[in-house]
Design a protein around this ligand. Structure first.
Ligand code: AMP
Ligand code: ZN
Length: 135
């Protein structure tokens, strides 16, 4: 399969690895949003969160929790964002699921996301529709 993250996992393409265990590899993003931007990549290929087995998502999150304090210590960043670009419309470019860990500091220039406002009753109705979709 022509997947760049599978090739990194297989050692066919180099990466700046910071951590590896049975399920996950964590390495520096090659084009970081901030210094220390790190990717949590499962060793088994899955395109997106929906097709990633729950135990693999658990391992990705455990890796994130383990790596985040080390990234903060190494970079001096006091905070971080966690992101998943899930699907092309959300900006996913590499179709092998992954978490982004993005160190943040005051004045780093990144903008917060914009916010909408719901109309009267709109959020209640939407919440009910979502809840119904879960059953
Ligand atoms: P996404 O938009 O969530 O699919 O993000 C993919 C990320 O992978 C981007 O931030 C890229 O900079 C990063 N990336 C692509 N190729 C490599 C590579 N060979 N090594 C490390 N990071 C990479
Ligand atoms: Zn892959």
């Amino acid at each position: 399969m022509d997947c760049i993250f599978c090739k990194i996992v297989a050692g066919q393409i180099p990466c700046d690895k910071v951590y590896e265990d049975e399920h996950v590899v964590a390495f520096l993003d090659i084009a970081p949003i901030t210094r220390g931007h790190t990717l949590m990549v499962p060793k088994s290929h899955a395109q997106d969160l929906a097709t990633t087995p729950a135990e693999v998502v658990d391992a990705m999150m455990r890796t994130l929790k383990k790596v985040a304090p080390a990234v903060m210590r190494a970079t001096g960043a006091p905070a971080f964002n966690v992101g998943i670009n899930n699907g092309a419309a959300a900006g996913q470019v590499v179709m092998h699921t992954h978490f982004h860990l993005i160190p943040r500091s005051a004045g780093d220039g990144l903008q917060p996301w914009p916010h909408l406002q719901y109309g009267p009753g709109e959020s209640r109705q939407l919440a009910e529709t979502i809840a119904a979709a879960l059953t």
